[in-house]
Design a protein around this ligand. Structure first.
Ligand code: ADP
Ligand code: MG
Length: 362
């Protein structure tokens, strides 16, 4: 079987992905999956369908799932449920949130606890201090006092979260606290789309929302899934290797190279170490394969902050999850858990050194 790989480019300013899908054709009897791509939630969404006729329907179903969640979780819409919780910060009244919102926030808070705050869904004030999330661009670095104040407001322990039969009641205990679900909401949106598409009978399809992907079936008979390329964080045109994403699996990436602010000529990337209120340095990208997209999204950010040793230790509590890290240093190095290292096939075009983590490394 001849595999013809045809990378599909995502417009650079909008893409937030390390990943690059490689479509594969299998001769005339097996046409390539069709890719339908559109813009939503400030990023690029796409569905790839083996059944070309099913693509418009799949696109509409996926977009309806994204729309439903965006109404709840948008950080930009003043009338979203997320905005209502943030606006009520510091008041004595809790805000009732929906089951979907409660699921995402509950998982985000659990990940914060599990990672000892490396993943922090209350990071909003720190993001704004650096000029992200609609804040004015910074003429100079934030002062230590401003960062200390933003850090204090990002205390994820100062959230009251009480599950109810219809979702949860939430209260942010200090005024000016801000929930930021930017590291998890797109993953959950992909899961919701995946569930609706599966329930509607769609087969052999890949969903992508800004680099959060989840598979249904396979791209071609006996392929075993969908071929996913891992891009070099240093050159978006270079694919360093690929692996097969199996039926039901999800993959997510976090990187330091596509969303950043520039202050006095220096770039600061959008993933923060909330213990210091400083952008994480030293890491260029992480990729996580997981049984669902919300987990993949949350963990890609978490292990970006934690690094390979602590990150792989945390992954031991997440069956079916594998990761790779690409440090922000030349020459190109990939550090991978044994499971992902075994699945990664180098293209050979971009040489790199592979370090495989010990299965039980502390
Ligand atoms: P992307 O949004 O590019 O897919 P991520 O999933 O890694 O990348 O999410 C990054 C976003 O998550 C940031 O833009 C910010 O909104 C939020 N964020 C930044 N630092 C953290 C952190 N330590 N924990 C949780 N969320 C974070
Ligand atoms: Mg993430």
């Amino acid at each position: 079987m001849l595999l013809v790989n045809r990378p599909i480019a995502v417009p650079r300013p909008l893409s937030s992905v390390l990943l690059f899908l490689l479509l594969s054709g299998c001769g005339p009897a097996q046409p390539e999956p069709v890719r339908v791509q559109w813009l939503t939630m400030g990023t690029v969404a796409a569905v790839q369908c083996v059944d070309h006729a099913a693509a418009p329907k799949a696109r509409d179903l996926a977009q309806s799932a994204f729309d439903d969640l965006d109404r709840e979780l948008s950080a930009w819409k003043g009338d979203s449920a997320l905005a209502a919780v943030n606006q009520a910060a510091g008041s004595s009244n809790s805000v009732a949130i929906s089951p979907a919102f409660a699921k995402v926030l509950g998982y985000a808070l659990a990940t914060a606890k599990e990672s000892d705050g490396a993943f922090n869904p209350l990071i909003g004030p720190v993001m704004r201090a650096w000029g992200f999330n609609g804040a004015d661009p910074r003429p100079a670095l934030p002062e230590p006092g401003e960062l200390a104040a933003a850090r204090a407001l990002s205390d994820w322990r100062k959230v009251e979260f009480s599950p109810t039969k219809d979702g949860a009641d939430v209260r942010l205990l200090m005024p000016e606290m801000k929930i930021d679900l930017g590291a998890i909401a797109k993953g959950y949106a992909v899961d919701l789309a995946w569930e609706r598409l599966t329930r509607a009978g769609h087969t052999n399809l890949l969903i992508d929302l800004g680099g959060n992907l989840r598979a249904i079936g396979e791209a071609a008979p006996r392929r075993g899934g969908w071929r996913i390329g891992v891009r070099s964080p240093f050159n978006e045109k270079e694919i360093i290797g690929f692996f097969i994403l199996r039926d039901g699996e999800a993959v997510a990436t976090s990187g330091n190279y596509e969303r950043f602010v520039e202050i006095s000529g220096v770039r600061y990337a959008h993933i923060m170490d909330s213990r210091t209120a400083m952008p994480v340095t030293g890491m260029a990208g992480t990729t996580i394969v997981a049984p669902d997209a919300m987990q993949a999204d949350a963990l890609s950010t978490t292990v970006f902050v934690l690094g390979p040793q602590k990150g792989s230790a945390l992954l031991r509590g997440h069956p079916g999850c594998e990761a790779l890290w690409i440090p922000d240093a030349k020459p190109l190095t990939v550090i991978a858990t044994p499971g992902l290292a075994a699945r990664l096939t180098p293209t050979g075009k971009t040489p790199y050194t592979l370090t495989v983590l010990a299965p039980s490394s502390p």
